[in-house]
Ligand binder design. Structure first.
Ligand code: DGJ
Length: 309
């Protein structure tokens, strides 16, 4: 699979799993993402800036054993077609779906960015399913802890506590909000980190005593320089370090934007979206291995191809 390009599933159809995540359950990898297979439209940000969008179709799921051959499993959460008041009505925004497994309830919890077409709602949506293949039941949308929330991810810590990381304060800070035991809501405890750094697209992992967070700057669909931050505690004084990308076009994150970091066979991999604002459904993907140095730096070199594991 050529990094930076749209990839195809085992039936030869374009993979529609943008802004997504890959989790492993049993011996299977599940890739969830935004199905952006509709036609481009124009919306206007609260700032007046025009932005391209597609109507919400839903959250798509693909499965694979080798991270290379992906089978389409359908939409695990579908947009609402009739009720225009629904937060997941086709006319709204549903981005960056992330799924975590809840051991206590033996179920899967899906979090996503929910918004109006002008991004003025700035909330999250939550859905649950007993099967990784869905269908997920939509529980509703909310503004977590009354803090605006745009780009986001959810991260399950080693002790089983899960957190919502979300760009807040009009993207000026990153908020870390603890989830309840069911992972279906925030529990009221949160803190703001990376203050005034204007980062979005958070992707996290933990290795050997250190938490790492890769983020992008805030330039809509346009690429910018990624930065990684580190902290020895999940909730603590996160510190921005540097751009982890290495080589040609590193300053543009190889024309991509972080969506998720997953672990496979002891190694960590960064997923990138390569947005095509003129035709969002043709936006591409990359998966790049992450090197971790002994002094807690990350190095992510470009690779032309993703060969799986
Ligand atoms: C950048 C975000 O990372 C994307 O998920 C999306 O919200 C675009 N902005 C919209 O312009």
């Amino acid at each position: 699979m050529k990094n930076g390009q749209i990839w195809q599933d085992i039936d030869g159809n374009d993979i529609q799993a943008h802004g997504g995540c890959i989790i492993k359950h049993g011996d299977t990898y599940y890739w969830y993402g935004e199905h952006k297979g509709g036609d481009n439209k124009i919306a206007r940000f609260v700032t007046g800036q025009e932005v391209s969008r597609v109507d919400v179709i839903g959250v798509a799921c693909y499965t694979s054993k080798d991270l290379l051959n992906w089978k389409y499993e359908g939409l695990v959460l579908e947009s609402e077609k009739e009720d225009i008041a629904s937060p997941i009505h086709t006319s709204q925004v549903l981005e960056r779906p992330k799924v975590i497994y809840n051991e206590k309830n033996n179920n899967f919890v899906l979090w996503m960015h929910i918004d109006r077409p002008d991004y003025s709602y700035a909330g999250v949506g939550i859905a649950v399913s007993d099967s990784p293949l869905g269908p997920f039941k939509f529980l509703g949308a909310k503004v977590p802890n009354k803090q605006d929330s745009r780009d986001m991810t959810v991260y399950k810590d080693k002790d089983g506590t899960a957190y919502l990381f979300h760009s807040s304060n009009r993207n000026k800070t990153m908020n870390i909000a603890r989830l309840n035991e069911d992972y279906t809501d925030v529990d009221g405890s949160f803190s703001s980190v990376l203050e005034d750094q204007e980062r979005e697209a958070p992707a996290l992992f933990y290795h050997d005593g250190m938490y790492y967070m890769v983020t992008s700057g805030c330039t809509s669909w346009d690429p910018n320089a990624a930065l990684f931050a580190i902290c020895p505690h999940i909730v603590g004084k996160w510190k921005l370090i540097d751009n982890p990308c290495d080589g040609k076009y590193a300053r543009q994150t190889f024309f991509g934007q972080s969506s998720y970091i997953f672990e496979a066979e002891g190694k960590f991999y960064l997923m990138l979206d390569h947005w095509k604002p003129d035709n969002l459904k043709k936006s591409g993907y990359s998966i790049l291995p992450i090197e971790i140095t002994s002094d807690n730096c990350l190095i992510i070199p470009w690779q032309d191809e993703w060969l799986g594991i």
